[in-house]
Each structure stands twice: as structure tokens, then as C-alpha cells.
Design a protein around this ligand. Structure first.
Ligand SMILES: N[C@@H](CCC(=O)N[C@@H](CS)C(=O)NCC(=O)O)C(=O)O
Length: 289
């Protein structure tokens, strides 16, 4: 669990926040996952929006809370938690009803969440190649310099994750997301969804007959990949039915609304990629079935 120490926090005002507060961004996948979870639990929470589009996450105020510069961040009665999957496990323990990580499935869910977290940079790569154009997505040099120069700690230790984040954005500035990188990322997801396709042959949700945290987590990834042009209907029809069932629920649908200008921008990007034969299907080599 990544629960920060008081000494890690430079932005001391958050230590006084009582109740449940979520620092989040409307369009961030990990924030969307956490908001759906909070909604399904019926937890009374205070939204603390942070604008990733204007790179507010690289400002000293936020780096003084999470030196990784990432959302979401949960502040519960003045205690700061980062890493969305840790936040969700913590919330499930603190607010047990309805139970979204059933005890009997706990190990399976935690292992699959680790797999989901390991694929986060792949999801980001496909987003930055097929949903948001580079001129909008790339970080300003001064944002990266601000993060580089900030010597924040996590649990009293220098953070290794920060270098991974900085590397991603420096590489992206230099070369964007290459065809090889995009293909590898898409193929990793394909392998996971093939497994889900088998599981969903005999049950409506990923872990059985009830919605669990795993459905929420993978719903968010599926939604984003769909926006990127991943061909779910052709490749994984049962996953498509499962996804549509969840999308029909307001607790899910309300959290994944894209702002209309971004929808237009993505549509223009897809048009350009279709003309150049550089869509996600072209790059990943998915044949129409
Ligand atoms: N492993 C982290 C990943 C968090 C993450 O990468 N958040 C993204 C949004 S989904 C972010 O804050 N990106 C910062 C940026 O785009 O500048 C978690 O699960 O919380």
C-alpha cells in the first residue's frame, strides 16, 4: 500500500482535509476507475479536480503531494494515498459495503490488478498515438524540468517511479510512439482479452456472477482502447457484450464522457491515420475477421 508519511508531504494544507477527497482529472483512466468505485460504494467524497491538460500536475503544489506527478490521489482524514489500485484496496477495507473485492477472490483480483497496472504505460502509449495528438499531449520542457528538480520522497525514500515517468515523456518528445512500440502494446492487450473472452463464455463478469473491482478496472481500459480504435467487436465479441452491459450503467457511463472538442480532435486524427493506413488495426496487424 502506498500511504505517504507526513514528512513526505510538502503541501501541508492537505493534512487538514477531513473526510474523503479525491484529487483527479476528468479524462484520466485511473481517476475514472476510482470515481466509478466511489460511486458504486456510495461513498460521500469531495472532488478536487486537477487539470492534466494544462500540466497542473507539474506545479509545486501538486508535486508537494505526489512527487510522481500522477493522479489520482486520495486524501482521507488528512492521510495521503497514491497508486490507484492501492487506493481502491484501502477504500474497500475502510468502506466494506458493497464488497467489490470479495474475500474468496481477493488473490485473483490482486494478481490481475497488478497485470493491469503493469500495462498502464502500454495504455498510455496507445492513447498518445491513437487518441490524443502529440501537439496536445507532449509535456512542456519546463514541466519535466520542474519534476526533475523536485526531490520528493515516497515513504521517506527517493522515488524510482519518477524516473520511469520522466523517461516516458522524454522519449515521447523525441520520437512519439513508434509503430513497433504501438504494435507490442496492442498485442499485449490482445493476449489479455483472449483470456477474458474464454472466461466470459461461462459467466457475465470477469470473476463470476457479480461485478468486482476487476470489471471496473478493465472497463476503463476497454473504453480507452475502444476510443483508440481497438477492434473489440471483431476480435473479442464476448468482451464487447460485457463492456456494453457496464456502459449501460450510469455509474460507469457518467465517468467516461470525453469532452466534445477532444472527440472531434480524435476523429480528425483517425481520419488522417486511415488515409495513411496508420490506424491501430494497421499498425498492430489486426486482420478484419
Ligand atoms: N500506477 C499509477 C498510474 C497513475 C497515472 O499514470 N495517472 C495518469 C493519469 S491516468 C497521470 O496522472 N498522468 C500524468 C500526465 O499525464 O501528465 C496509478 O495507478 O495510480
Amino acid at each position: 500500500m502506498v500511504q505517504l508519511l507526513e514528512s513526505d508531504i510538502e503541501t501541508k494544507e492537505v493534512l487538514k482535509w477531513r473526510g474523503v477527497h479525491l484529487i483527479h482529472f476528468q479524462g484520466s483512466a485511473c481517476s475514472q476507475k476510482t470515481r466509478i468505485f466511489l460511486n458504486l460504494k456510495g461513498i460521500d467524497w469531495a472532488p478536487r479536480p486537477l487539470n492534466l491538460a494544462t500540466q497542473e500536475n507539474f506545479k509545486p503544489w501538486f508535486l508537494g503531494i505526489n512527487p510522481r506527478g500522477l493522479v489520482p490521489v486520495l486524501v482521507h482524514d488528512g492521510v495521503v494515498h497514491i497508486e490507484s489500485n492501492d487506493i481502491l484496496q484501502y477504500l474497500d477495507e475502510s468502506f466494506p459495503e458493497p464488497n467489490l473485492i470479495p474475500a474468496a477472490l481477493r488473490d485473483e483480483i490482486i494478481a490481475s490488478l497488478q497485470e493491469e497496472d503493469n500495462l498502464h504505460l502500454d495504455l498510455r502509449a496507445l492513447t498518445m498515438r491513437f487518441v490524443v495528438p502529440k501537439f496536445l499531449a507532449q509535456k512542456k520542457p519546463q514541466s519535466l524540468a520542474a519534476m526533475e528538480s523536485k526531490a520528493g520522497t515516497i515513504k521517506g525514500q527517493q522515488d524510482t517511479q519518477k524516473a520511469i515517468e520522466l523517461n516516458f515523456w522524454h522519449d515521447y518528445a523525441k520520437q512519439g510512439i513508434t509503430d513497433t512500440g504501438a504494435r507490442e502494446s496492442a498485442r499485449k492487450f490482445h493476449a489479455v482479452y483472449q483470456r477474458f473472452e474464454q472466461q466470459l463464455a461461462s459467466q457475465p463478469y470477469l470473476c463470476g456472477s457479480e461485478i468486482t473491482l476487476l470489471d471496473i478496472a478493465w472497463f476503463i481500459y476497454t473504453h480507452r482502447l475502444k476510443e483508440a480504435g481497438y477492434p473489440f467487436a471483431q476480435q473479442h465479441p464476448r468482451v464487447t457484450t460485457w463492456y456494453q452491459g457496464l456502459l449501460a450503467k450510469p455509474e460507469f457511463a457518467n465517468e467516461v464522457q470525453s469532452p466534445p472538442p477532444l472527440k472531434l480532435i480524435t476523429a480528425a486524427l483517425h481520419l488522417k491515420q486511415r488515409l495513411k493506413k496508420e490506424t491501430l488495426c494497421d499498425v498492430a496487424g489486426f486482420e478484419p475477421k
